[in-house]
Design a protein. Structure first.
Length: 96
C-alpha cells in the first residue's frame, strides 16, 4: 500500500509520461494484463488511457488492471490511470 507522500511523488513522475496502453470497447482481457505486467517490470510506472467507447467504468478498469498485474493505482485522472509496481530487476524509482 502506498502512502500519500509516495503517491504524490509518483503522480509528479508520471506527469510527463504518455499513455502506452489503451482500453477500448472490449475492456480488460488477459492478454492486456500480461502485456501491462511486462511493461511494469521494465518501467515501474506507466499510464493507461481509457477510450471513449469503453463500456466499463474507469474505476472498475483500474481495479482489474491493478489486481491482475499486482500493481498499485497511483492516480486516476480524467480517462488516464497511473499504475506503479516495483520492479524485481530494473529498479529505477526510489520512493520517499
Amino acid at each position: 500500500m502506498l502512502t500519500g507522500k509516495q503517491k504524490r511523488f509518483l503522480r509528479a513522475e508520471a506527469n510527463q509520461l504518455k499513455p502506452i496502453f489503451q482500453v477500448g470497447k472490449d475492456g480488460v482481457n488477459e492478454n492486456m494484463i500480461e502485456q501491462i505486467g511486462d511493461a511494469l517490470e521494465k518501467r515501474e510506472l506507466l499510464k493507461v488511457s481509457i477510450l471513449q467507447n469503453c463500456l466499463e467504468d474507469k474505476h472498475t478498469v483500474a481495479e482489474k488492471l491493478a489486481e491482475g498485474t499486482g500493481a498499485e493505482i497511483a492516480q486516476i485522472i480524467g480517462n488516464n490511470i497511473v499504475l506503479y509496481r516495483e520492479s524485481e530487476e530494473n529498479k529505477q524509482l526510489l520512493l520517499p
